[in-house]
Design a protein around this ligand. Structure first.
Ligand code: NDP
Ligand code: MG
Length: 387
């Protein structure tokens, strides 16, 4: 494999740090050119000191004079704010962008990177939820790959190798069911932030962990899969699989099912995206077949986890609906983490936002960014009044 120059957005996060772990197991294959973080300046500095990228970006509110001089002392150019991220996205000395940002903030930078002809390894699923048609259209026009990092989509991508699109009948996304799989519906209103953050199988950033507890994460992933693989909403099914060993499956038109399995270790899908089309070796977790174990599957309870049903509805409505769903979720999850609203309010607010804002029909980037802003303002005002 030829050496790849990597731009890593969200370097200080859960996916960002695991990407660096994979890269450090293959230092001969990768060169780190760009890194970004929001407010974790000290962590970004540690990464910069070790890897010496050409460019670093801090998008959050930080002491610019202090950090500029510290990064300067180690020979790393530091940019700031939203514009800094967009300038870094257009930086041409990278062969692959790893987008490990969380939330809608990654959308504009992704568009900029595609305009600059950069292929993208994507963890930041919110980008495809908000603007999947637009992003996939841009990538196809420029013949650029969007390589999935999300474990389910990496599984589907791996199962599709050597297959024809017309042979696919259904994509079957597996979901762990989250920490409340066995909690009674009437007890969900009283669950704490700590309980919601205690994911049974994965250690991840806070937003995706809360999304996994409401099952909205699986809803976002259904929308992500619809655009990544170009299938209709009716061709995507969700099944709860508490062990998180089968990462997803494809049902083909002859009734055959292919699955991808492995220990829940995000470094495996990250390595697949970084190395593609080559597989990278690594000290990632292995399954132990000398042990006796069972794998279970059950249908999701949409009554108990309405957020998943809302995501299917938003996908069918199309237009601005997925962007509305995403924005409302980001604000509601933050409010839940702050202790301002109940766990069950998250899906309630998403439903209210969809009702208020979602419209079908064609959308462009300005329309998506506008609806994203409008939903945030509206919901924040609503939360403020509810205090
Ligand atoms: P984290 O919260 O751990 O990390 C997010 C990264 O983005 C950090 O580097 C953070 O910087 C930066 N960031 C946060 N807010 C902003 C902002 N407003 N502007 C610019 N940068 C920002 O998230 P994860 O790594 O868990 O998740 C990243 C993406 O990957 C998400 O879309 C998630 O759904 C997806 N994903 C994650 C998985 C996981 O195992 N973690 C699994 C599958 C998908 P700072 O450190 O300074 O705050
Ligand atoms: Mg996932």
């Amino acid at each position: 494999m030829a050496r790849k120059r990597i731009a890593l957005w969200g370097a200080t996060g859960s996916i960002g740090l695991q990407t660096l772990d994979v890269m450090s197991q293959h230092e001969d294959l990768f060169e780190l050119k760009v890194i970004t973080a929001h407010s974790g300046a000290e962590s970004l500095y540690d990464i910069a000191r070790k890897w010496r990228p050409a460019l670093a970006v801090l998008t959050g509110d930080v002491d610019r004079t202090h950090w500029r001089s510290r990064f300067h002392d180690i020979g790393v150019n530091l940019l700031f704010g939203r514009q800094g991220l967009l300038d870094a996205a257009a930086y041409d000395a990278a062969d692959l962008v790893v987008n490990a940002l969380v939330g809608a903030v990654g959308l504009e930078a992704t568009v900029t990177a595609l305009e600059a002809n950069r292929p993208i390894a994507l963890a930041n699923k919110e980008v495809l939820v908000m603007a999947g048609e637009l992003i996939m259209g841009m990538a196809a026009k420029r013949n650029l790959s969007i390589l999935p990092i999300d474990s389910e989509h990496s599984a589907l991508f791996q199962c599709l190798v050597g297959e024809r699109a017309e042979s696919v009948e259904k994509l079957i996304l597996t979901a762990s069911g989250g920490p409340f799989r066995e909690t009674a519906k009437e007890d969900l209103a009283g669950v704490t932030v700590e309980q919601a953050l205690a994911h049974p199988n994965w250690s991840m950033g806070r937003k995706v962990t809360i999304d996994s507890a409401t099952l909205l994460n699986k809803g976002l992933e259904v929308i992500e899969a619809r655009w990544l693989f170009g299938v209709g909403p009716d061709q995507i099914e969700v099944v709860v699989h508490p062990q998180s060993i089968v990462h997803s499956m494809i049902l083909f038109i002859d009734g055959s099912v292919k699955a991808q399995l492995g220990e829940p270790d995000m470094r495996i899908p990250i390595a697949y995206a970084l190395g593609f089309p080559h597989r990278l070796g690594g000290s990632f977790r292995r399954m132990d077949w000398s042990d006796t174990f069972a794998l279970n599957f059950e249908p999701p309870d949409l009554h108990k986890f309405p957020a998943l049903a809302l995501a299917f509805d938003a996908l069918k409505t199309g237009g601005t609906a997925p962007a509305v769903l995403n924005a409302a979720d980001e604000i509601a999850v933050e409010a839940f983490i702050r202790g301002q609203i109940k766990f069950t309010d998250i899906s309630r607010y998403i439903e209210m936002a969809l009702h208020e804002f979602a419209k079908s029909g064609a959308v462009d980037l300005p329309a998506i960014l506008e609806i994203d802003r409008d939903v945030r303002v509206w919901l924040n005002r609503h939360l403020e009044m509810g205090r």
